[in-house]
Design a binder for this molecule. Sequence first.
Ligand SMILES: Nc1ncnc2c1ncn2[C@@H]1O[C@H](COP(=O)(O)OP(=O)(O)OP(=O)(O)O)[C@@H](O)[C@H]1O
Ligand SMILES: [Mg+2]
Length: 621
Amino acid sequence: MPTPSEVPEDRSAVRTLLRLWPYVRPVRLRLFTAAFVAAVASCVGLVIPLVLKWLVDGPVADRDPAGVWLGALYLLLLGIAEAVLFGIRRWLVARPLSRVEADMRADLYRHLQRLPVAFHDRWASGQLLSRGTTDLMLVRLFLAFPLTFLLVNGVTILVGVIIMLLQDWTLGLVILGPGIPVMVMCAVFERRYARITRRAQDQVGDLTTVVEESVLGIRIIKGFGRHRSQARAFRELSETLRGTELAKARLLASIWAVIVTLPELAIGAALVLGTVQVADGHLSAGTLVAFLSTALALRWPVDSIGFLLAMSQEAATATERYFEVMDEQPESAVDRPDGRARPAASRHRPTESKDGGLRFHGVRFRYPDAPSGSPPVLDRIDLHIRPGETMALVGATGSGKTTLTALIPRLYEVTSGRITLDGVDVRAMSREELRSHVAVAFEEPTLFSTTVGDNVLMGAPATAGEQELERALAIAQADFAHALPQGTRTQVGEQGLSLSGGQRQRLALARAVVGSPRFLVLDDPLSALDVHTEAAVEAALRRVLDGTTALVVAHRPSTVLLADRVALLSGGRIAAVGTHQELLHTNAEYAHLMSGDAGDAEDAEYADLMSGDAEDSEEAR
Ligand SMILES: Nc1ncnc2c1ncn2[C@@H]1O[C@H](COP(=O)(O)OP(=O)(O)OP(=O)(O)O)[C@@H](O)[C@H]1O
Ligand SMILES: [Mg+2]
């Protein structure tokens, strides 16, 4: 499971948080300086009780107004010094920490781009989104406050306790009394809180996924009148999250009650005991005042520990969730050691031998997340597309055509067997090299939020310009682009103009052909076009396909006619290869698949052929 909701028992928050070190390293100097300044500021606060003691036992006892004014001035100066020091701390940490957050976010994004498609199949996008936003914010907050203040408060408490013990060690021991139960409680609290924060943060991820899906699917939700049930599903999830947050708050409240009450009781006890001692003359009034104000000055450092621990736990969980993604293996550039050893020259030499073109050798593939025991989607695929040849790939829906095409640019890795381009295993090339040779147009034409021109030129090397763009638009019959409000500079995609399905498909096709790739893979590229546009695209494509080795997934006879030969994918295997005419007459399944399109004159001929063939296939089964 990518999102384990249970924290392993042996998880150590400290060990997890230490993983942040590489990011914190560049700002360590500022961070430590800031912590030091804060510690000094905090200890300045502890001098105030000592001034009070001097004030009570000296000028106040002697009824000396000038001395009292002087004491008040000291107190004021100390207060100002404390405030200024804390201000400096804030100034020191704010900028570098936003840098840390931005760096971590950039790293996460870069990593997400490099993770294989199989990873993205497995992970909900909301989970990734929440890691890049909420979790990183928690990490920054941790570095800004808890990290510093756990340290600062620790030092302050230590110094304060030493001062108190020096004033009067019996009273000091009374104050220290609750220390051990508080520490035990904190340890118990930590473990429980870790579990519950993990749950809460995972639920934030789930909630983000629902929001994202319903925004993307708004047309379907409205079209089917599902907004109520969608809202209900959302409310349920957000209620669950609220429940978890409330449980968190309850847990925090209970630890806070302990942390606040026990020291308060101890201070009360010390007050009673101290007053008795002053009455007996064993203790000066000034010492008692100093002692109690030190104890009171330590109240905030002690009280805040509950919050600080809670925030640290949340940050540890956030760090854990962040590194769950960062620890995933990105796709490796080259898989085979022999590939790297191969001299570059021999890699590029186009071989006119039997290995030229695009070739599948005994390829077997199953999706990494497919249930174990299920049959592979593709099995023992042997297919040879000769240099310059166009091969159509035909098969029933769900037969694995898209899967097969995705293996060529290595969006997925073959389970076994190999795929070669002009005799070179695709795994022996760097991904950049491979993708410069192969261009793809997918079934689902995706446009990004940028101009039409940029969307198309994405498929070309950086040097490509206006000329290549025009040529590609012409091939894909995407001249409509010139009629858009700002021509090819019109913004499209989610933040721009919405295009029709067929328009998007033609831009995706233009993107595939713009780089004049040696190998072209088209997954049903003309499905959304009307007959006339399709014919025009085909005529233009035929010229491009002349010099290109191409694999074209086709559902319609008209698309198939673009190809020199046709391969039929059935039952995870290439069942037949031949020309359209050959397969029509020899293969019942092919004739059946192609017979849906009744508008074609040729089709009338195989209407009767079909009925006979259908019986054949019944027998074959
Ligand atoms: N990411 C995935 N993870 C697991 N299984 C998948 C994944 N994508 C597709 N499949 C499964 O692989 C099989 C083949 O799917 P594929 O998309 O390759 O079919 P297709 O031939 O392209 O179909 P169509 O003609 O409808 O486009 C299907 O049974 C599908 O459920
Ligand atoms: Mg498909």
